[in-house]
Design a protein around this ligand. Structure first.
Ligand SMILES: *Cc1c(COP(=O)(O)O)cnc(C)c1O
Length: 386
């Protein structure tokens, strides 16, 4: 039996829960992005934090993407998977001396700097190595991403980046520093953004305004990095497996005024990998409560934390049953009452041992798995290696 895109018969011999990645879909997604960035002359990076799975990173590197990293180990994972150091950017509010030194040794493309003390440390550490580090300043554009408050990052007072008022002093300090050179400005306003016009148009307006401010100061940042944040259709992964990259890139093309010689960079995470991954689980028990029926899966919040952490929705399918639908609360085995994937969810009538797919789990899934309750980490399997 195959249901949807899943080789269910092959799954039967695999210990659950596990992640299953549709590598063909990933490749199609990468080609879609590449075609558009080629058309507009933009540079594309992949935000490694969405999923640092080695096999996926290799595909993404091979497609010609750069890597956006937020820790020293992400930088190492990117290099190991084949991303050239010359295409690696390193962001994050708390880069340690060790992480900065390692990135300096690798000669990465750019540090996306988030505070004045960080800028001072990079200048000092680069100086000790006799190097000049390329930096971009991360600026908070004070743009509302219209998404969940935990994944909104572009508003003025938060831990990320420089606010519009502190940027001037940062530029003054930069002028006095010998071992850093400003090559760009960086933004990232939030994640899972579906209203492309509403969120990214104000970002373009802000960047245009800032460009004038920079020009008055006689500064021309060559690289304009607008971050990531494009959302995916969690409700309809079958009909919308590839996000609306056309509208996304066209919006930047129409609204962002690049100066001669300037390069636009994007760093997409979720939009690249979310739809190619599913968490595959078995039903351990079907429990009949007073009124409800519970499906107790062998996967829980330790394997996929998004529902428990952000009340996120994942489409759920019983891929081993074609019986008429019934409603179930779908829960995990972890000793936390938030370990719930969905309530009153319609699924083909389900029996113990059935296989359940939690869809659109390729981003912020496997990488966020934990060993709470001493559980094993879920293993990855791939459509091109099964
Ligand atoms: C998380 C992050 C991204 C990627 O975000 P997505 O919503 O997954 O596209 C890009 N840039 C930075 C700086 C980030 O922190």
């Amino acid at each position: 039996m195959t249901k949807g895109n899943f080789p269910v018969d092959r799954f039967k011999g695999i210990e659950t829960p596990f992640y299953y990645y549709d590598v063909e879909l990933l490749k199609k997604t990468l080609q879609t992005v590449k075609a558009l960035t080629n058309k507009y002359g933009y540079a594309q990076h992949y935000a490694v934090k969405a999923n640092a799975n080695h096999h996926l990173l290799q595909q993404i590197a091979a497609a010609g993407f750069g890597a956006d990293c937020v820790s020293g180990n992400e930088v190492k994972a990117a290099v190991t998977a084949g991303f050239p150091a010359s295409k690696i950017v390193f962001a994050g509010v708390g880069k340690t001396d060790k992480e900065i030194n390692e990135a300096l040794d690798l000669n990465i493309f750019c540090f996306n700097v988030e505070s004045l003390p960080e800028l001072e440390v990079i200048n000092e550490l680069a100086g000790k190595k006799g190097k000049v580090a390329q930096v971009a300043l991360r600026i908070n554009p004070n743009v509302d991403a219209h998404t969940h408050e935990y994944i909104t990052t572009g508003l003025n007072e938060n831990k990320f980046g420089f606010s519009l008022t502190t940027i001037t002093s940062a530029l003054d300090v930069l002028k006095t520093m010998a071992n850093v050179t400003l090559i760009g400005i960086h933004f990232h306003i939030g994640s899972q953004i579906l209203d492309i016009e509403e969120a990214f148009k104000p970002l373009c307006d802000k960047v245009n305004e800032l460009q004038e401010f920079f020009e008055e100061k006689g500064i021309k940042p060559v690289h304009i990095n607008v971050g990531g944040g494009l959302g995916v259709d969690y409700e309809n992964p079958n009909t919308n497996p590839i996000p609306d990259f056309e509208t996304y890139f066209e919006l930047y093309h129409k609204n962002l005024k690049l100066r001669q010689g300037q390069m636009l960079h994007v760093e997409l995470g979720r939009a690249i990998v979310a739809q190619c991954g599913s968490l595959i689980s078995r039903v351990t028990y079907v429990k009949h409560g007073d009124e409800k029926k519970f499906l107790i899966l062998d996967a829980g919040m330790t394997d996929l934390i998004r529902p428990a952490l952000y009340q996120a929705y994942h489409k759920i399918e019983n891929i081993s049953s074609n019986l008429p639908e019934e409603k179930y609360d779908v829960v995990g085995p972890i000793c936390e009452s938030s370990d719930v994937f969905a309530k009153d969810y319609p699924l083909n009538e389900t029996k113990r041992g059935d296989l359940i797919a939690l869809r659109s789990a390729g981003a912020y899934g496997e990488i966020m798995a934990s060993r709470y309750n001493c559980r094993e980490l879920p293993k990855p399997y791939y459509s091109d290696k099964l």
